[in-house]
Design a protein around this ligand. Structure first.
Ligand SMILES: Cc1cc2nc3c(=O)[nH]c(=O)nc-3n(C[C@H](O)[C@H](O)[C@H](O)COP(=O)(O)OP(=O)(O)OC[C@H]3O[C@@H](n4cnc5c(N)ncnc54)[C@H](O)[C@@H]3O)c2cc1C
Length: 502
């Protein structure tokens, strides 16, 4: 018997990771990608001599020995892709009206900095840091050295602390609203309002960045190229312009993956990494239980984003290697619920990621802000390259407002802007196939966590789900979801042991 045949649908972080891991185990793997270039949200685009990233500004837990480092080391990615450590004294900077807080790398430094700024709440700060690290450590595929059993994350989902909302947790423990704002300021990284976000999601994502924040040296496509090189070296086949339209099934197994062209590919295993709602439209009506189909199709999405990429003339702006969160409100949930009450053309919360183009300087800047799909719904039936003037005008108005906000960081920077390009929720929807342009896939909110927690396994025995909607969003989330799928094929314990040994 030959090696198992695996078809992976989607070439984002989850698809490339799962495909490369399995190819290196000697399996016969084909990755299918609908776009002409691989990478999904990791892909970069090139305009006027500069590279711009779409969905990767920094990575967490990438210091030696940490979770993402082990995952990357397992594929021997470090000789092919360089990473730069973010600024030690402040890899993130939070700005609120009249108040700024820099987040240093490492929990000890972070706690010290919080205690210095909020001395009256020292004890609660220490308890909070401990709680969040404990919650993060309970995840088997994140805390690899603990060698926890698969399914042990189910215990977290029964832990009242993990399920409490982030805003509720902060409200109960901290008196100073500025401290509550600081401890929830990074929520645009996962697109769930703090009053809806289960504490464990925030704790894990915060832990991963605080314990080791890095960025890809150069555009994020360098990471894609590294993954693709390792995949091909291991004998894998990557096919682009290969949109999957159907998963033909028989006897509770996927019999063939069917492309738009009509070509059929048979496989022993199929790993689906695109948006789970897209999968529902690909299977025969009887293939999955109706109750599962209703549940998945009714799940809410994380908020979408508006993205702006720009270049500056001259040497650019002086900045350490850090990302900035600019908030106009102390209540960090407000932007999610009160969008319509504010000027939709002048977003209140924005994330700014300057890209170092020479030491200490950035000529390229990415900006993003939470943006509901509903605002772009009037143009939802239009396609890439064929949007009407009104859409382009809306895009320009928001882009100019975001450029004005940059003046808060670098006065006068607006006059240096040489070129910009905007991406709306429709852009994200059309490039990655994410539902309603949701930035981080399916929303796991406190109220609907049980329904929104999807298993890797499906009723079709050889169909596995991975991708940011399954475990958690972000590169760490997409990678661990890929590992969960891989674990089903190679054996979970063998996989974790291998990663823990590195
Ligand atoms: C603006 C933005 C900024 C972000 N910044 C960061 C960050 O700084 N750090 C971080 O850790 N995370 C960040 N994230 C999140 C992170 O990028 C994602 O969680 C992660 O990349 C998702 O990977 P994925 O493989 O699950 O999905 P995707 O990257 O969306 O990959 C899915 C792939 O499937 C393909 N596909 C879809 N349908 C089909 C089909 N029918 N046939 C074939 N192929 C198909 C798509 O084209 C796509 O390539 C950001 C996200 C956004 C939107």
């Amino acid at each position: 018997m030959g090696q198992p045949k695996v078809v992976v649908i989607g070439s984002g972080m989850a698809g490339l990771y799962a495909g490369t891991y399995l190819a290196r185990e000697g399996m016969d793997v084909t990755i299918l990608e609908k776009e002409p270039t691989p990478g999904g949200l990791l892909a970069s685009f090139h305009r006027r001599g500069s590279w711009f990233d779409t969905g990767l500004h920094y990575l967490g837990s990438l210091s030696p020995g940490q979770a993402l480092w082990r995952y990357f080391q397992a594929l021997d990615l470090f000789p092919l892709c360089q990473f730069d450590a973010m600024d030690d004294c402040g890899f993130e900077e939070y700005r609120f009206p009249g108040f700024t807080f820099d987040v240093p790398q490492g929990w000890a430094a972070f706690v010290r900095s919080l205690e210095t700024t909020f001395p009256l709440e020292k004890d609660a700060i220490r308890t909070c840091a401990k709680d969040w690290q404990t919650l993060a450590g309970l995840f088997p595929l994140y805390n690899l050295q603990a060698q926890l059993k698969p399914g042990q994350e189910a215990e977290i989902l029964a832990d009242p602390l993990a399920l409490q909302s982030l805003a509720g947790y902060l409200q109960e423990r901290f008196r100073d609203p500025r401290l509550r704002a600081v401890l929830s300021a990074n929520n645009p990284l996962y697109g769930i309002a703090p009053d809806e976000c289960p504490l464990y999601i925030h704790a894990l994502i915060t832990d991963s960045f605080v314990s080791g924040a890095w960025r890809v040296h150069g555009p994020s496509r360098n990471l894609v190229q590294a993954l693709v090189q390792r995949f091909r070296e291991a004998g894998g086949t990557l096919r682009v312009n290969a949109r999957v339209r159907q998963l033909a099934s028989e006897n509770q197994r996927v019999r063939a993956v069917v492309l738009d062209s009509g070509e059929e590919l048979a496989a022993d295993w199929v790993i689906f990494t695109a948006h789970p709602k897209e999968m529902l439209g690909m299977v025969a009506p009887h293939a999955l239980r109706p109750i599962y189909q209703q549940r998945v199709s009714g799940l809410e999405e994380t908020i979408s984003v508006f993205g702006l990429s720009l270049t500056l003339r001259g040497t650019g702006v002086a900045t350490p290697r850090r990302n900035y969160f600019l908030h106009r409100h102390w209540d960090t949930s407000e932007v999610y619920h009160a969008f319509a009450a504010h000027d939709p053309y002048d977003p209140d919360t924005i994330f700014v990621s300057p890209v170092e183009t020479s030491p200490g300087y950035a000529k390229t800047i990415s900006i993003m802000c939470p943006m509901p799909f509903a605002f772009w719904a009037p143009w939802k039936d239009t396609t890439r390259g064929n949007r009407p003037v009104a859409y382009r005008e809306a895009k320009e108005k928001i882009a100019l407002a975001l450029i004005r906000r940059l003046e808060e960081l670098w006065p006068g920077v607006g006059t240096q802007v040489d070129f910009w390009e905007g991406a709306t929720p429709l852009t994200f929807r059309d490039y990655t196939g994410t539902w309603e342009g949701s930035a981080y896939g399916i929303k796991k909110s406190c109220g609907r966590l049980r329904e929104a927690t999807l298993s890797t396994r499906t009723r079709l025995e050889n169909l596995l789900l991975a991708g940011q909607s399954v475990v958690l969003p972000g590169i760490v989330g997409a990678t661990t979801s890929a590992a969960a799928a891989v674990g089903n094929i190679v054996g979970y314990e063998a996989l974790v042991k291998k990663l823990a040994r590195l």
